[in-house]
Write a protein that binds this ligand. Structure first.
Ligand code: EPZ
Length: 423
């Protein structure tokens, strides 16, 4: 099992290019199911989760070609297996994103229920409730979600309807938005997620001929159409990767020039880094950060966009661990997203956990140690802690990392980090 070995104490300095966003690429690739014509996607990051999605689509009968390093051409004209099997879904929960498009285009689908994961139960009840509102019959049999549309007068087309989301759900909103594009009539999703990845998906679907308005607001309207057509789409920059590198530069009191970012997607994170004492200049698609002194502790409370992203909580906790002062971190989205804290304590961090609240007392110096990654963003936070620590850290189970960060060792080494991968 791959490990990362990191020698801490180096200040990160230099320039780094942001890759395409994982959480935008996954729904966009699944949107290809909605059309019998090709979807060409550029700036697709080379990630394990992207490879898993491509494999899932090919097992369903789609053709998926990497036309160039970061370009994919997807053709779902001959999709003939309307099933997402357990062996793939259990490795990536976002596989649930094939459900809405399959039901919309074919009137049926069989998708393995995604299990829970390290950070929480991750139910899909809101995906199910929304599809039922659109007219799908859904049953759960032998761990699979069986969906079927049988209209009273015959036909298998979903019909538009109002949908209220009990909770703000990113992939729930994405799944239902995709399903509604081909429904008969109008769908209004209330309490929709406002994440940039939801907006990008709506824009991609509109480029394919869908009629979506209001994406990015809490109420999204979708006018159903008969079919979608070919389109070209470029994946937006990954705001979480960008935030991760900015937090790493801040934790090592370094200097970073980030290129190819979208600063408007990082407002909450940049606000917190400035509060911690970072000097940040934004110009077009570049973000320049310098951290001349030790960070000041900052309090965090995760929230749906445009609030502070739960996917950045672990990374900012790593910064708080070496900051001056005491901070309170409240995780409001997932019920078990502090496992990185237990590993950081092995490095000398002072963190007290009480339910969904962590109280962090910054220490002048962490010590390198053997630690274990438990989930994707926890892996990134342990790298940040290791970079800021004295001595050597070995991070085990870094397959989590490869799901969501493209070439992270190369990018960090380019900034001066002493980091290598071993078996
Ligand atoms: C997306 O997951 C992201 N994944 C996650 O990123 C991110 O942490 C999360 O949104 C929150 O921003 C992708 O976009 C592929 P949710 P998602 O549905 O859609 C509850 C990463 O590190 N809920 O917005 O699965 C749920 O339990 C990953 O890149 C229900 O109760 O998250 C959670 O408490 C991790 N029922 C809350 O809603 C449902 O049917 C928000 O979850 C759906 C969700």
């Amino acid at each position: 099992m791959d490990k990362l070995v990191i020698e801490g104490g180096t200040r990160l300095a230099g320039e780094v290019e942001v890759s395409g966003a994982k959480n935008s690429a996954l729904p966009v690739l699944c949107a290809a199911i909605l059309s019998a014509e090709p979807l060409t996607v550029t700036n697709v990051p080379r990630l394990q989760d992207v490879a898993t999605t491509a494999k899932l689509l090919t097992t369903m009968g789609a053709s998926v070609e990497r036309a160039a390093d970061h370009t994919m051409v997807l053709d779902c004209a001959r999709l003939d297996r309307l099933e997402a099997p357990y062996d793939l879904v259990r490795t990536m929960r976002a596989s649930i994103l094939v459900l809405g498009p399959m039901v919309a285009r074919f009137g049926r689908a069989r998708v393995s229920l995604p299990g829970g994961c390290a950070i929480g139960q991750r139910p899909v009840d809101l995906h199910i409730k929304g599809l039922q509102a659109l007219g799908a019959e859904i049953s759960i049999e032998h761990g699979y979600l069986e969906a079927r549309v049988e209209r009273p007068g015959g036909g298998t087309r979903l019909r538009g309807a109002p949908i209220f989301m009990d909770l703000v759900s990113v992939t729930g909103t994405e799944n239902l938005m995709m399903a509604a594009t081909l429904a008969e009539g109008t769908t209004v999703i209330q309490n929709a997620a406002r994440e940039p990845e939801v907006v990008e998906l709506a824009h991609c679907l509109n480029a394919m001929g869908a009629r979506i308005s209001g994406a990015g607001e809490s109420e999204v309207t979708i006018e159903g159409v008969e079919r979608l057509h070919r389109a070209d789409w470029r994946i937006m920059p990954d705001r979480i990767e960008a935030g991760t590198f900015l937090a790493a530069a801040a934790a090592t009191r370094g200097e970073l020039l980030m290129r190819g970012a979208n600063p408007s997607h990082l407002t909450a994170v940049l606000d917190k880094l400035r509060e911690a004492g970072a000097r940040i200049e934004v110009s077009g698609d570049t973000i320049a950060l310098s951290m001349p002194t030790r960070a000041r502790a900052v309090n965090l409370r995760t929230a749906p966009y445009p609030g502070f992203a739960t996917d950045m909580q672990a990374q900012l906790m790593a910064l708080d661990c070496v900051a001056e002062g005491t901070s309170t971190i409240v995780e409001t989205i997932f019920e078990n997203r502090f496992m990185h804290a237990l590993e950081m304590k092995r490095m000398g961090a002072q963190i007290e956990i009480d339910g969904n609240t962590a109280v962090v007392t910054g220490v002048p110096q962490l010590d390198g140690a053997a630690v274990m990654a438990t989930d994707l963003r926890a892996s990134a936070s342990l790298i940040i802690a290791a970079l800021a620590a004295r001595g050597e850290t070995v991070i085990d189970r870094i397959y989590h990392l490869d799901r969501g960060y493209e070439a992270i060792e190369r990018k960090l080494s380019g900034l001066g980090a002493k980091i290598r991968r071993t078996r």
